[in-house]
Design a binder for this molecule. Structure first.
Ligand code: CDP
Length: 795
């Protein structure tokens, strides 16, 4: 087997292979306005779909009157649940085995739920028509929080389900309760904290939408879709619609950010597809911003209790946690079916503990359904927040330095592969190395002194220093444990080398801005000795690309990246036989040299041949008895996930007068194993840190007590902009994954997962001398000011 690229020699051999900061191939079209997004698709005779949405969070529908809408010139049809029922499309399965109304059948269960759809010749006419649909609602009492939903007298939301007598969905637990409880009983020190991971929305720049086009001649539907997982969506579309899968083509053109929001199937897609089949015309549905935030997959919404048991000198012995999860009106979380709480059970983080136990209860509420993995591997973000916050709480209790307490508890490099107390198999890590580098970059000792000085001088602005030494889990599969709606989470690559020596790589994942067209070409360049310019990457068309499970949870590099390397090595193997033919040598004497990228006869480096010459040979002079051509496919089922990690250090200045928080220093040291493109990685880190700052400081999908979504547009759901983002200082260490063919781990979600606890730890740290142990996110100035005022630190 090929050991893959050597991490010590990361220079890419000058051909744009591993380790080179190759400029992004896709950027030429993006920065010259030639991107092609779903809303850019225009087809002859295309109709437009607008959804009529409920103003109420909980209401029975007595009647829907379409007549005034149908009178509008240009309105072609008005659809309700009754119409869809005629095509067996009244409901659709969610990703978690629940059944969601496509258009409300009987009872509205959250504000802005889809009630009817208007199809018209123009988007504005469709909107006019939607305003004229008259719906008679009987308003019911809503219940908005998971806690209230589980009260005995709470209104029953899912009364259409047989056997559903309350709003409880499921209970789940993991770990050894008895052993954990026993350690808590006998431990010298225990700490406990209550913390909320607020409801967020991934809020990609491009909202969700589709253009569905039924071809009655071919009896085939083509759907241009804002999809992070085109193949999985093809299978689901076929299952929902009854159209055979080979007659369904999903095309994801350029995607303007997904972050987990484009993993589920939404009612708008189903309505547009149904309308296209019935009307035999293309139908476009494209959400507005408020529709996106108010109705499509939200993230987080976990109410968590964390507890640590430790010795007096700071050795953590056990972790215990209990969670209340708000799943909204349907159980539509996007995660592998065997993981009802996603990967939350990785909550022991980077630390070697004796025992751990976690429990979780999920509830229905009158809020939008979701629980998607927003730049996250299925709830790992919540888990990392929990443990990294709790370590800070313990450090405070013991009056220990938070860097030192981490050092005492890290899983050590020689302990890998490491099995955690909740059964996860960490592949590799060197946590202390990353922390040491981050401490040095952050000038940690200087800021500790400055912090003390400000306290002693009773300064107006306090200094806080926060650390997060997180461990991530990315790259789902393996197929035996991870699936989406039953389909195993492998991924794929198909490489075809042309007679003139260039190649096309097709992959089953779907880029949404991560730069796959560049980085995946770099893997092929590395493994075949080709120039990166000679490789193009195609994805997002189910008629031509190999089946894959899509891009989310930073799985592209760990899974499809691995498939790409293996497929390239298969091509290399075949290339050897062609090289032997061309060089008139025995195949077993042909060697490939990673450095030069050439094939040569063993012991005679001068008798060499390039992949370009071999490509010509494969088509023009192929060896007798062998197939012509030069191509290979690989479907890769990873043996394990990969475990990237890092240490982030945030220094903040907290204004005692206004509660405002300024970032003084923001250091991020990441380890994603072998690095393909350092520049792309840095871009991923910067973007993810910005989202982490949004999480910690600004973003929150809020509801009032009537179930009105009060945080459902960009006036009220605040996203960070360039103004709020500080200068980031990034660093890295390289600890290759031992099981990945090129030693790479994923990286895209690390900064979003790892940074919120560092930021909260920093703000809490600024007030720690007055014994503040927690401030809830988002840490808006009023919340921070209230926390200061609580302990008399306000000015
Ligand atoms: O699945 P997704 O693309 O969102 O996440 P990822 O696999 O972490 O990759 C994000 C981007 O960073 C891709 O362009 C990767 O190829 C690149 N990357 C890299 O250059 N080196 C790594 N070790 C990991 C990712």
């Amino acid at each position: 087997a090929d050991g893959g690229p050597d991490p010590e020699k990361h220079h890419g051999h000058g051909r744009g292979g591993m380790g080179e900061s190759v400029k992004r191939k896709e950027d030429k079209r993006f920065i010259t306005g030639r991107g092609n997004y779903v809303d850019d698709i225009k087809k002859p005779g295309m109709l437009h779909c607008e959804i009529v949405r409920s103003p109420h969070a909980h209401a029975r529908i007595n009647d829907i009157d379409k007549s005034r809408a149908l009178d509008v010139d240009g309105v072609v049809a008005v659809l309700t649940a009754e119409d869809l029922a005629g095509h067996d499309l009244a409901t659709m399965p969610t990703l978690m085995d629940d059944t969601q109304d496509v258009l409300v059948n009987d009872k509205v269960k959250f504000q802005s739920q889809e009630v009817a759809a208007v199809i018209a010749t123009d988007r504005y006419i469709a909107k006019d028509g939607a305003e004229k649909v008259t719906v008679d609602y009987e308003v019911l009492d809503p219940v908005v929080t998971a806690k209230d939903a589980l009260e005995a007298d709470a209104p029953l939301i899912r009364d259409e389900l047989e056997d559903q007598e309350d709003n409880h969905i499921f209970d789940w637990d993991v770990g050894d309760k008895e052993a954990t409880d026993a350690i808590f009983e006998e431990s010298e020190v225990t700490v406990k904290e209550q913390m909320e991971y607020q409801r967020l929305h991934p809020a990609p720049i491009e909202t969700c939408g589709c253009v569905a086009d039924w071809d009655p001649g071919k009896e085939k539907i083509t759907v241009h879709l804002t999809s992070q997982a085109p193949h999985a969506h093809r299978t689901l579309f076929s299952m929902v619609s009854g159209i055979p899968e080979h007659k369904v083509r999903i095309v994801s053109p350029d995607i303007g950010g997904g972050f987990g929001n484009k993993v589920p199937i939404y009612p708008g897609y189903v309505v547009a597809a149904a309308a296209s089949v019935v009307l035999e015309q293309p139908v476009k549905w494209m959400e507005e911003r408020s529709e996106n935030i108010q109705t499509t997959g939200f993230a987080r919404d976990y109410d968590m209790t964390g507890e640590l048991a430790a010795t007096k000198d700071g050795k953590i012995r056990a972790v215990r946690t209990d969670v209340l999860a708000n799943h909204g009106a349907y159980n539509a979380v996007a995660q592998p079916s065997k993981f009802p709480a996603g990967f939350f059970n990785i909550f022991t983080g980077s630390y070697d503990v004796e025992a751990a136990y976690g429990s979780l209860t999920a509830a229905f509420t009158n809020t939008a359904p979701g629980g998607v993995a927003y730049r996250c591997s299925f709830r790992v973000t919540e888990a990392v927040y929990l443990i990294e916050r709790m370590v800070k709480v313990l450090a405070h209790e013991l009056d220990m330095d938070p860097a030192e307490i981490r050092r005492r508890n890290f899983i050590q490099p020689e302990e890998f592969p490491y099995e955690s107390a909740t059964g996860w198999n960490y592949d590799s890590g060197d946590y202390e190395k990353a922390l040491d580098l981050a401490l040095e970059m952050a000038d940690y000792d200087h800021y500790r002194e400055e912090q003390q000085r400000r306290i002693e001088e009773d300064a107006d602005k306090l200094i806080g220093i926060g650390i997060s030494s997180f461990t991530e889990v990315v790259g789902a599969g393996p197929g035996k444990t991870c699936d989406i709606a039953g389909i195993e989470m492998f991924d794929s690559a198909d490489i075809r080398v042309n007679p003139t020596g260039n190649a096309v790589l097709r992959v089953g994942v779907q880029t949404q801005g991560q730069g796959h067209e560049t980085t995946f070409a770099q893997i092929v360049a590395e493994e075949l000795g080709m120039d990166v310019e000679n490789i193009s990457v195609e994805h997002g068309d189910t008629d031509t690309d190999p089946y894959g499970l899509g891009t989310y949870g930073s799985r592209s590099t760990p899974v499809a990246g691995a498939a790409t390397a293996v497929a390239a090595r298969k091509v290399r193997d075949k290339a050897k036989s062609i090289a032997a033919n061309e060089l008139e040598a025995a195949e077993e004497d042909i060697e490939w040299d990673r450095e030069s990228g050439h094939f040569h006869v063993a012991g005679a480096p001068d008798r060499s041949i390039t992949i370009t010459e071999i490509a010509a040979g494969a088509y023009m002079n192929h060896p007798a008895g062998e197939e012509p051509g030069l191509e290979a496919v690989d479907y890769y089922d990873p043996p394990e996930m990969t475990y990237p990690f890092g240490s982030y250090i945030v220094v903040v200045e907290v204004d005692r007068e206004t509660g405002e928080v300024d970032f003084e220093k923001f250091v991020a040291v990441d380890d994603c194993g072998n690095r393909i493109n350092p520049m792309v990685i840095e871009g991923q880190i910067h973007g993810g840190l910005a989202q982490g700052i949004g999480t910690a400081m600004m973003e929150h999908v809020t509801y009032d007590e009537n179930g009105n979504c009060t945080g459902g547009d960009f006036m009220n759901y605040l996203l960070p902009t360039a103004k709020e983002i500080p200068n980031f200082e990034t660093g890295y260490t390289v600890t290759p994954s031992p099981h990945h063919p090129i030693g790479a781990k994923g990286v895209g979600e690390s900064p979003t997962v790892g940074s919120p606890p560092a930021i909260v730890n920093a703000v809490v740290d600024a007030m720690a001398h007055a014994d503040v142990t927690h401030v809830e996110m988002p840490m808006t100035p009023d919340r921070v000011w209230a926390a200061l005022a609580d302990v008399g630190l306000e000015l």
